[in-house]
Design a protein around this ligand. Structure first.
Ligand SMILES: *Cc1c(COP(=O)(O)O)cnc(C)c1O
Length: 376
């Protein structure tokens, strides 16, 4: 059986590469060829592959305890929650396994918040270009006809606004506004300039402001936190250092909203994932990697712009918009030893590990420039 014949449901158009190993910013295929990994598991491998601090933390936890359920206290899980909340300005954490689950928890919490105040609100406001996940509710919050059409009826209560009009769309019916500070699947579109207006509108109408930091969070944009502070934040992708881990973080005022029985997850906050996540947060903070993302991002951006591409995004979350199909460029890059992914049909997305070196950034740029020129 070849990899292409494996009995999977047909949900992914996979690249014809079989990966078997990784180290730092590089991955190796089954034929022994190494690639520079500028996709990093879709913004997951912030510290690169098999970072020694993360590996040691997971190994220690492997020797202690793998899973207990959330019916008991587990020290590594508590330490992880404390580090995440503590580094973000306080509040309380619900741990889950993925981004979609973190956003589902945020919708439930927002609705309960209003229900507790005898002001039940259904409406969840999302922005055009958003991506919030693939479960039925988060799919309803991902306004793309091609993704949604076959799967109706989707849960109700979702309203869509153009990013520039979102603040004026907030009303006394709005339970929560969900925004990715930098939209990921939407093409690395920075919405940082809209956050103050959204904060003001939410405050005026008593709506909760939710930052979906699942792709752009934890330093990738060059910032550890995005301002002004939201009411709720969702994380996943890089949070578990490569193991599946998601989180909903509330501000301190909302930390009492859920009570036992409101929500739960069998695997959420799995000890191995928390050990990897705790080590990952520690390294990102100790080495001030958000600042590094900002510096490296500026270098990468300048190099991409020098090829004539129009570039959007922040830090190490960039998209080069080509004005022609990106597929051939992705293929030409792969043939030259660099893996990355698209962001829509005409854009190449760069989501490298935070630990990318200057030399690796330049290698990436040289390969991109050559791929653009040979496919022109
Ligand atoms: C990837 C992503 C999600 C969904 O995360 P999963 O772990 O795939 O469920 C949600 N929001 C954003 C911004 C994402 O990039």
């Amino acid at each position: 059986m070849t990899a292409e014949d494996a009995p999977f449901l047909n949900t992914y158009a996979r690249f014809p590469v079989e990966l078997v190993a990784g180290q730092g910013c590089r991955v190796r295929d089954a034929q022994g060829r190494w690639y520079l990994d500028a996709c990093a598991g879709i913004a997951v491998m912030a510290l690169g592959h098999r970072h020694p601090t993360v590996a040691a933390a997971v190994q220690r936890q492997l020797d202690q305890l793998w899973h207990t359920s959330n019916l008991f206290h587990v020290p590594v899980q508590s330490a992880f929650a404390e580090r995440l909340a503590g580094s973000m300005g306080g509040g309380a954490v619900f741990l889950c396994n993925s981004g979609a689950e973190a956003n589902e928890a945020a919708v439930k919490l927002a609705r309960k918040h209003h229900w507790l105040r005898d002001d039940p609100r259904e409406e969840v406001l999302v922005l055009e270009g958003a991506f919030h996940g693939r479960t039925l509710m988060t799919l309803a919050m991902t306004p793309r006809p091609a993704y949604q059409a076959p799967f109706g009826p989707l849960p109700g209560g979702v309203r869509v606004a153009a990013p520039e009009d979102a603040a004026t769309a907030v009303s006394a019916r709005t339970a929560a506004v969900f925004v990715e500070p930098v939209q990921g699947e939407g093409g690395c579109r920075s919405l940082l300039h809209l956050l103050p207006g959204l904060r003001e509108a939410c405050d005026a109408h008593g709506a909760l402001l939710v930052y979906d930091e699942i792709q752009c969070g934890l330093g990738r944009t060059g910032r550890w936190c995005h301002a002004p502070a939201p009411d709720l934040t969702t994380f996943a992708k890089a949070l578990g250092g490569g193991l599946p881990l998601g989180a909903l973080l509330t501000n301190p005022a909302l930390s009492g909203t859920f009570t036992p029985g409101d929500h739960g997850s069998t695997f959420g906050g799995n000890p191995l994932a928390c050990a990897a996540g705790l080590a990952t947060l520690d390294v990102i903070l100790a080495e001030d990697l958000p600042a590094r993302c900002g510096r490296l991002g500026a270098r990468l951006r300048a190099g991409l712009e020098a090829t004539g591409a129009s570039v959007t995004g922040e830090g190490l979350m960039l998209a080069a918009h080509l004005g022609r199909p990106a597929g051939p460029v992705l293929t030409a890059m792969r043939e030259r030893g660099v893996l990355t992914c698209g962001a829509g049909p005409e854009s190449v997305r760069f989501l490298p590990p935070f630990v990318l070196s200057e030399a690796e950034a330049d290698e990436l740029l040289a390969v991109f420039a050559e791929a653009v020129s040979v496919t022109a």
